[in-house]
Design a protein around this ligand. Structure first.
Ligand SMILES: Nc1ncnc2c1ncn2[C@@H]1O[C@H](COP(=O)(O)OP(=O)(O)OP(=O)(O)O)[C@@H](O)[C@H]1O
Ligand SMILES: [Mg+2]
Length: 264
């Protein structure tokens, strides 16, 4: 029987923990990161263990990833997000060769080989444009929720043209479109178009290799996934819970670390 391991992904928007036992996810948690990443990390592990019916004391090894991984001194080791996302995505679909991860603060495209190893990657972490943060700001301005935002892509017959990609300027553009009487649905669809355009450009820059898998919270927006499929002219698979894939990869790293210790 495998030891119980934990993967912890402290992201800019949310903190995710995955408990792995016998290569099965037996529990997971997704919490808002808030202003205290260390506390969110501890809470996420506690919640995931509780769901798994496991005492946190029985966790043998923990690997932390995500921008806030330095805030997890209690973890046994820390691994980069690129490695963890690649590993987690490949575990859920071993035919995947391109991983698109769109989180709260950055978007990344990772090229992987037939063994799931990272070959190349592109990352946009300089501004909120093309990320979940951009969507959240716009959702607030439009007074819409995640589901309405995603549905707008499917329902809108005439998506607005959004010319600004910068979050601050795009928000002003949205406000002026609303003032002109433009339908919220069309504006939301236009915003999803502009996000997916930006992600598609990153994929093309690195070179699309099939199959494509999408992870991160933004992969829950089915409208954006559909637009990306059209722009890239390929099918995109989305894991059942795309937001925990980085944490899953970290848990798999933890499993490998134990194996190495046993073999040495
Ligand atoms: N149900 C949902 N539908 C659509 N989008 C969602 C949903 N839930 C979360 N999101 C989006 O996912 C984003 C957070 O995703 P994720 O948890 O992958 O980010 P993160 O790992 O914290 O950020 P980063 O990797 O950039 O540091 C939010 O900003 C939000 O826009
Ligand atoms: Mg992330």
């Amino acid at each position: 029987m495998d030891a119980v391991v934990v993967g912890l992904d402290i992201g800019s928007a949310s903190t995710k923990a995955v408990v792995l036992k016998d290569s099965q996810i037996v529990g997971y948690a997704i919490l808002s990161t808030g202003f205290n990443p260390q506390y969110s990390g501890i809470r996420a592990i506690g919640e995931a263990c509780e769901k798994a019916g496991i005492n946190p004391k029985d966790v043998v090894y923990t690997v932390a990833t995500g921008y806030g991984r330095i805030n997890a001194p209690f973890a046994n080791s820390r691994v980069t997000e690129i490695t963890c996302h690649a590993k987690g995505a490949f575990f859920t679909n071993n035919r995947a060769r391109t991983v698109i991860d769109v989180g709260g603060q950055d978007s990344k495209v990772i090229s992987i080989d037939e063994k799931g190893r990272v070959v190349d990657f592109q990352m946009n972490d300089r501004c909120a444009a093309g990320t979940g943060r951009f969507l959240e700001v716009m959702m607030r301005t439009l007074d819409m929720n995640y589901e309405e935002m995603s549905q707008a892509v499917i329902n809108s017959e005439n998506p607005s043209k959004i010319s600004n990609m910068c979050t601050v300027f795009a928000e002003s553009e949205v406000i002026s479109l609303l003032a002109k009487g433009e339908r919220r649905e069309n504006i939301a669809a236009g915003l999803c178009h502009s996000i997916s355009e930006r992600i598609a450009t990153m994929v093309k820059r690195i070179g699309l290799k099939e199959e494509v898998i999408m992870t991160g919270g933004v992969a829950k927006n089915r409208g954006i996934v559909k637009l990306l499929e059209n722009k890239l002219n390929t099918k995109i698979s989305v894991p059942k819970e795309p937001q925990i894939i980085g944490a899953l990869g970290a848990a798999l790293e933890a499993k490998e670390a134990i194996l190495k210790i046993k073999q040495s």
